[in-house]
Write a protein that binds this ligand. Sequence first.
Ligand SMILES: Cc1cc2nc3c(=O)[nH]c(=O)nc-3n(C[C@H](O)[C@H](O)[C@H](O)COP(=O)(O)OP(=O)(O)OC[C@H]3O[C@@H](n4cnc5c(N)ncnc54)[C@H](O)[C@@H]3O)c2cc1C
Length: 386
Amino acid sequence: MIFDAIVVGLGAVGSATLYQLAKQTPHVLGLDQFSPPHTMGSTHGDTRITRQAIGEGAYFVPLALRSYEIWQELEELTEQQLLTKTGGLFIGKEQSAVQTHNKPGWLTNTIEAAEQFGITHQILDKTSLRDQYPQFRFRDDDIGYYEPDAGFLKPELCVSAHLDQARINGASIRTNERMLSFTETATGVTVRTNLGEYTAKKLVLTTGSWVTASLYDTPYRNLLTVYRQVQYWFDVHENHAAFTSDHFPVFILSDLDVYGFPAIGSPSEGIKIAMETYAKSTTPDAVNRVVSEAETRSMYDQYIAPNFSGIGPKCIKSAVCLYTMTPNGDFVIDNHPNYQHVLVASACSGHGFKHSAAVGQVLAELALQNRTDFDLTSFRLDRFAV
Ligand SMILES: Cc1cc2nc3c(=O)[nH]c(=O)nc-3n(C[C@H](O)[C@H](O)[C@H](O)COP(=O)(O)OP(=O)(O)OC[C@H]3O[C@@H](n4cnc5c(N)ncnc54)[C@H](O)[C@@H]3O)c2cc1C
């Protein structure tokens, strides 16, 4: 059988792509080396922030808005809650030179994007911040941007929902099967795995942090860098009520690269807070997946104690996860430079989940119609200097 398309990598982006493909044709195959959702890539840890005014670039806003619609469609189909609107509080200095997801001026860009797209928001001064959110220790020059429709997505549930709906629409899914190589023919692509060979008119590579292997023989071999990130759940049992979503929204402290979530489970489950770090690059195979006591203590002493009130030092759990970064924090969504029947997407750079549903639609449209109405100018490989 010749598939209309094969998707290799069924994490956030690949599962969304397979669903969108399967809505158009059942002759599609999805492959993953593990059994998604899993904890080896970039899509685990219970929660991901979503927001609509995107400080990483206003050109992301259409992807975020379309994703909100797709999450709702999936919620209706699966009768599960995927998106919880807690409001989002994004704090920092105006015009800060500190980079968030490799973008300076992130908070100011966020405010401008909200104004440009008419996204409901409020700007909070220092006094309002201190009155409304005593859980934070604000700095004197902090301002707050509050977006009521921001909140969190449940990444594992989103991946499962996309895959289940793809299957219901007729897609074939093969897990625990690893692509070893692919070759292009005049009419399509043959994918070779550890278990077999499959042919399709189009191949979509959504292999997350593993994507670098597919760019090895191109000028973009060094474009993407993988970084180890740690998600921590710290203790709030003594002050649990102050950290539930009716009092405490998802947040980003943009000048510190610290972000987090309200308490979403029982008082003993803590709240998730993380800090972005780009000190040392790694690979998905070499990364140290163990979180040491010393790094947990350092996270608490350096980032939690000085910036929050009411969070205890006990770490309830932690999880290592991977960022795949381009130098400017934008995504790659393009044809493979060497193969006309192959599409490649590395939509991560630490902020990809919220857009993944729409990126799946874009990739499905490119694979089957060779066009999309979304503006992909900023995501072309040739935009990056190599
Ligand atoms: C700690 C952390 C926090 C984040 N927070 C946010 C946030 O709050 N908001 C937000 O919007 N985004 C956030 N992100 C980013 C977001 O989670 C990622 O952009 C997104 O999950 C990436 O999905 P992906 O599909 O590209 O990769 P993955 O989900 O890792 O999927 C890639 C898949 O490809 C498979 N694969 C790879 N190679 C092969 C092969 N050869 N054969 C078969 N299968 C293969 C892998 O097994 C994997 O399942 C965060 C990321 C991390 C790590």
